[in-house]
Design a protein around this ligand. Structure first.
Ligand SMILES: [Zn+2]
Ligand SMILES: [Zn+2]
Length: 473
């Protein structure tokens, strides 16, 4: 394998080895921090490929790093493999869970992790056969879905020596990201009151549920007085057990989001003060437990441009008529909200936006574009130049975090998107080795950005990394 074309061909020839891994992860969906099978499967595969594997990265039992090669540049591929609760779904184009209520890969992380793994192995093969210096490192990152695995890993210093970072996300278009995602803080609010007979002795009770409800009302009034980019969401985890008992315990789970970390901090403190006010009103106590958080993405425009050029060189993804028909049936079950998003947000022409699968290469949105979600890739992106790639792996109208995403994650549609992403990332990594000026430009851009806004880990030092015994190691 000498040329970059050889690298792309190598991925085509070895596709089955990688789609088997992603299918096995799809078959065994595991929730955050419990990705025992997925992490073991990937780490064993990389060890057999000659990578040096280190477990317990950042104090997380399902996190590992696998390294091959020596010297610089150190190029990282950041994989994920956690699933979402309640999204169990067969690999068919109508809603039908394999097991009702069980987890499923509704964010496509079976493809995400395996695509990064495939890119890392292909890049290693290319480094080895061309005799180029360089280190390839694959990170198996747990708990992207609300657990902030990468934030704990970054806090432990494991990303400190990286020169560039590649990551991609399954999506419904092909594009390299220049924009950002929102920063987020997640909290549990636990109210403690006094129980009493709700009819006979209410004056003796102090209702934790009253406090929780008053807090929510306060937060809903707060919405009018925060910047437009702020997002506030909550769920009630415990609202008492019986109407005739004044609840002595109630618990809510909050997400607070904003683009900039300082806005996020300000609004988070206001939410906490509302909780304290609600406790004071109801004569209860509130305990505020920080769960996790992540920082907005710092996208590297140089790396995004590089990946866009690689995609243009490869052409888009060719989907067959059969695949289009399969996806069209999924689209029928969803509204046309995504069509408007494609046209208004991504600038897709209306005719293309009607396609059930969109294989075209789309230019990057500009750096001010903020996609209103959050990811712990944000935190990783503050350690080295990073560009998140998106490739088409699901039907154009299917909502993220839905059965529609699970339905293509084990089909040729998901496989094509995954192998395409692997190719783009591996070829872009090879380009950084053969064109050091591009890497230098990416790093200069990165340094200027972190000098303007230094990174601060959102998870306080006293919040321990969630620990679980790994039964398969
Ligand atoms: Zn997700
Ligand atoms: Zn995701």
């Amino acid at each position: 394998m000498r040329s970059k074309q050889d690298l792309a061909d190598w991925l085509d020839e070895h596709q089955l080895r990688f789609t088997r891994i992603s299918d096995e992860i799809w078959d065994n969906p595991e929730l955050q921090f419990l990705e025992f099978k997925a992490s073991k499967l990937q780490a064993d595969f990389l060890a057999a490929e000659g990578f040096r594997v280190t477990w317990d990265v950042g104090g997380l039992s399902t996190a590992f790093a696998a390294e091959w090669g020596t010297g610089s540049p150190v190029i990282a591929f950041a994989g994920e493999y956690d699933a979402l609760p309640g999204l169990s779904q067969k690999d068919q184009n109508e809603r039908d869970p394999i097991q009702a209520g069980a987890p499923g890969h509704g964010c496509g992380h079976n493809l995400l992790g395996t695509g990064c793994l495939a890119a890392a192995v292909a890049f290693k093969e290319w480094l080895g056969s061309t005799g180029q210096a360089g280190t390839v490192r694959y990170y198996g990152c747990p708990a992207e879905e609300g657990g902030s695995g990468k934030v704990f890993m970054g806090r432990a210093g494991v990303f400190d020596d990286l020169d560039a970072i590649f990551n991609w996300h399954p999506w419904y278009i092909n594009s390299a990201m220049k924009g950002s995602l929102l920063s987020v803080n997640r909290y549990y609010f636990r109210f403690h009151g006094k129980s009493a007979h709700a009819a006979a002795d209410p004056h003796s009770g102090r209702s934790a549920l009253d406090a929780l409800e008053l807090m929510n009302i306060g937060v809903n009034y707060l919405r009018e007085h925060v910047p437009d980019d702020v997002r506030l969401h909550y769920s009630i985890l415990n609202g008492g057990l019986a109407p005739n008992v004044v609840p002595d315990f109630a618990e809510s789970y909050y997400y607070v989001r904003a683009i900039e970390p300082d806005t996020l901090e300000d609004v988070s403190q206001r939410v906490i003060r509302i909780a304290q006010g609600a406790a004071m009103m109801t004569d209860t106590e509130v305990e505020v437990a920080y769960k996790s958080g992540s920082t907005r993405v710092l996208s590297n425009e140089t790396l995004a441009d590089l990946q866009y050029e690689v995609m243009r060189g490869l052409g888009g993804i060719e989907f067959s008529d059969e695949e289009q028909a399969y996806a069209a049936a999924i689209n029928e079950r969803f509204g046309d909200a995504n069509v408007k998003t494609l046209i208004n947000r991504y600038g897709v022409d209306p005719q293309t936006a009607e396609q059930a699968l969109i294989g075209d290469v789309l230019p990057s949105k500009d750096k001010d574009f903020v996609s209103p979600g959050s990811s712990d890739m944000g935190d990783m992106s503050w350690f080295a130049p990073c560009s998140m790639l998106q490739t088409a792996t699901w039907a154009s109208r299917a909502a993220a975090h839905s059965w529609g995403v699970v339905a293509t994650g084990r089909t040729s549609i998901g496989h094509k998107g995954m192998m395409y992403a692997a190719k783009v990332m591996a070829l872009a990594a090879a380009e950084l080795v053969t064109s050091p000026a591009v890497l230098e430009r990416a790093q200069a851009e990165f340094r200027a950005a972190v000098e303007r806004t230094p990174y601060k880990c959102p998870i306080p030092d006293d919040v321990p990394a969630p620990s679980h015994e790994h039964p398969l190691r």
